[in-house]
Each structure stands twice: as C-alpha cells, then as structure tokens.
Design a protein around this ligand. Structure first.
Ligand code: SF4
Ligand code: SF4
Length: 179
C-alpha cells in the first residue's frame, strides 16, 4: 500500500513537470482564414507571415509566445490553440547581434550567454525551418555565417531569424539577406 502511494506521488510529479514544460502556441487553419491580415497587424512578435504555398497567413512557432492577441482579433475563428512540447523561454539577459545586417554574403554574429556556458546559435527562415546551426562552448564570442544553408547552398534573399539558445532559455533577432 505504501509503495502504491509513493508510485502515485512520483507519477503526479512527472505529469506536473510535463504540463509545466508544455506551452500553448497557435496555428491558423487555411480553410477558415480569408486572408484579411488583421492578425498580422496585431501580433507583437512578428510571428505571423504570409505563406504563398497555402495562400493565407501562418504562424511561426519559434516566434509565437502564445499571447492570444491574434485570436481576439480574428473574426473568422481561424486561429486555434495547439500545445507545443518546446519549453524555451525568452531571456532578456541573453545578448545577440550581427554585423552587417542586411548582409549579402557574410555576417558576424556576436553573443553573450550571460551565465550559460554551452549553447547553440540557430538561423531559421520565416516559417521556422532551421537553415543552419552553430554549437557554442564559451560564454561570449562570435560566429561567422556565410549566408549558406547546411547543404552549402546560398539562401534566397529575404527575412531570416537568428536565435541564441542555452538550456531552455533563448533570444531571437531578425536579419535580412540581400543579393
Ligand atoms: S485575422 Fe483570421 S481571417 Fe484574418 S488573416 Fe488572420 S487568421 Fe486569417
Ligand atoms: S498568439 Fe500572440 S505571439 Fe502568437 S501569433 Fe498570435 S499574436 Fe502573435
């Protein structure tokens, strides 16, 4: 009996930790979205972009913090809650910048992980797809990005994001590639 109670307590603890780690983000249903753009204007995190593959607006899960402003704005009930298992939180103590920006062929990304020692810099496109990553193992430093993806192909002109991540903390900024 005592063992069963201990197992039940452990199970409850694991469930609580799992629920705490999950976070709510949002997705736009292309079948319900009429493309009015109201949510795009409203989003404080630039997380909403126009997707020419589905001809409606979509949400970049890397940038959405689940504030819900777009849901309140949408009159077509097109935005739905989903739960992401990602537990990364924005940490204003993390610093990242790049120069030049806009860039045509190369940029230097400077970072400061505050009290982090190991981390990663990730470059991703406007849809949240990973383009390139750089592991980092010192609190401060620089990495150079040559404007190419993991396969060595030059990326297209446009808006990209670069993220400094250490543990479950992150900071994200925008960069522009011009040709
Ligand atoms: S507010 Fe609603 S209908 Fe308008 S673009 Fe956003 S999701 Fe689509
Ligand atoms: S929930 Fe907030 S951050 Fe996410 S897309 Fe909507 S307005 Fe932007």
């Amino acid at each position: 009996m005592k063992k069963k109670i201990i197992y039940a307590i452990i199970l409850l603890f694991v469930m609580a930790v799992t629920l705490y780690a999950a976070r709510v983000i949002y997705q736009i249903d292309p079948d319900q979205c009429n493309g009015c753009g109201e949510c795009f204007v409203q989003c404080p995190n630039d997380a909403i972009y126009y997707d020419y593959e589905v001809w409606t607006y979509q949400i970049n899960p890397e940038l959405c913090d689940g504030c819900g402003d777009c849901v309140d704005t949408c009159n077509h009930n097109a935005i739905h809650e989903v739960v992401s298992n990602g537990s990364e939180e924005i940490d204003p103590n993390l610093k990242i910048s790049c120069f030049p920006n806009p860039l045509s062929s190369n940029t230097t990304i400077s970072y400061d992980m505050h009290n982090g020692q190991k981390g990663e810099i990730v470059i991703f496109n406007i849809k949240g797809r990973k383009i390139r990553s750089f592991p980092i193992e010192s609190r401060t430093g620089q990495v150079s990005w040559d404007g190419k993806d993991r396969a060595g192909n030059e990326v297209a002109e446009g808006i990209y994001f670069y993220k400094l991540k250490t543990g479950n903390r992150k900071v994200i900024k925008r960069l522009t590639v011009i040709k």
